[in-house]
Design a protein around this ligand. Structure first.
Ligand code: URA
Length: 268
C-alpha cells in the first residue's frame, strides 16, 4: 500500500506536491469514490485509480532476465499441482515478470523472462522463427537415416516439423548426445521428434535462444540482459514493426542455487 499522492507522482501525473493539489481538488477517484484525504493509502495492483476520469496506467520499467532453469520447475505462473515455479527463482524484483515461451517441467536450460509483453510475444511468435538450440541426450544411438528424418522434418500428431539442424555430438555408454536447432516452439517438440525416430529423450537442455547463450550461468542462476543484448533482440524481430521502451543497464546479477550442471560439459 502506498500514499495516493506518491502513486500519482510515480505514474507521471504530476510532482508529489502538485498531486496533493489534484487530490484536494477532488479530481481523483479510487474504486469509483472521490478521495480528498491526503494520507489515503492505495494498492496500485488492485485499486482502480482515476484522475479526471482517466484510469492510471502502471508504467513499469521493462526488465529482461536470462535464467538457467533447473529440472523440476514449471514455467507457468500458477500450478494446480503446487510444483515449484521458475518465477520463484527470480527474487526481489519490483516488476512482475513472466517466462517467454515455455520449457517442460523436466527440461532445463535457457529461459528468458520479462515484463515486456511486446517483445515476449514477438520472440515466441512462429513467424519470427527465432532459433532455439538444444542439447539432447537420447536412449540409443540413432542411425544416420534417422537423424536425416529429423533434419528433413518428421510427421508428428500435430503435423510435420520444419527442417531442423541436427548433429551427433558424442556417444556414451550406448547412448547419444545430439545438438538440435529448431525454429518452431511446439509443445514438447524435441521430445516428440526424438520419440518419433525411436530414441526417447533422457535429458534435455536448451543452450541458446537466437544469439543468447547460457555461457557460465549455472543451474538456478539468472542475470539481466545487457543493453547490447536487448538491442540485438529487438533487431532480431524489428522487421515486424516491433518497438518498446529501453531498460536500465542493470549489472550482472545472479541468484538461486549455484550448481554446475551443463549437459555438454558433463559429456566431454
Ligand atoms: N522441446 C521439448 O520437448 N521440451 C521443451 O521443454 C522444449 C522443447
Amino acid at each position: 500500500m502506498e500514499r495516493l499522492q506518491k502513486v500519482l507522482a510515480k505514474a507521471g501525473v504530476a510532482s508529489r506536491r502538485r498531486s496533493e493539489d489534484i487530490i484536494a481538488d477532488g479530481r481523483v477517484r479510487v474504486n469509483g469514490m472521490i478521495v480528498t484525504e491526503m494520507g489515503t493509502k492505495v494498492d496500485w495492483e488492485h485499486d482502480v485509480i482515476e484522475v479526471d476520469g482517466q484510469q492510471l496506467k502502471r508504467i513499469e520499467e521493462p526488465v529482461y532476465i536470462i535464467l538457467n532453469k533447473p529440472v523440476g520447475y514449471v514455467t507457468t505462473l500458477r500450478d494446480p499441482q503446487g510444483r515449484k515455479k521458475v518465477v520463484d527463482l527470480v527474487k526481489n524484483l519490483p516488476q512482475r515478470i513472466y517466462p517467454v515461451g515455455r520449457l517442460d517441467y523436466d527440461t532445463e536450460g535457457l529461459l528468458l523472462m520479462t515484463n515486456d509483453g511486446e517483445l515476449a510475444q514477438a520472440l515466441t511468435h512462429p513467424r519470427f522463427g527465432v532459433e532455439k538450440t538444444y542439447m539432447v541426450k537420447v536412449f540409443g544411438i540413432p542411425q544416420p537415416h534417422k537423424l536425416k528424418l529429423l533434419r528433413d522434418g518428421i510427421m508428428l500428431e500435430d503435423g510435420p516439423t520444419a527442417p531442423a539442424q541436427v548433429r551427433l555430438i558424442s556417444r556414451m555408454d550406448g547412448n547419444a548426445l545430439l545438438e538440435i536447432k529448431i525454429h518452431e516452439g511446439r509443445k514438447r517438440q524435441v521430445r516428440r521428434m526424438c520419440q518419433a525416430i525411436g530414441h526417447p529423450v533422457m535429458r534435455l537442455q536448451r543452450t541458446h535462444v537466437g544469439f543468447l547463450s547460457l555461457d557460465s550461468l549455472k543451474t538456478g542462476e539468472y542475470r539481466y540482459l545487457t543493453l547490447e543484448e536487448i538491442t540485438q533482440l529487438r533487431k532480431l524481430v524489428s522487421k515486424h514493426q516491433y518497438s518498446t521502451k529501453t531498460q536500465r543497464n542493470n549489472p550482472k546479477k545472479q541468484g538461486g542455487k549455484a550448481r554446475s550442471n551443463s549437459l555438454v560439459r558433463r559429456q566431454v
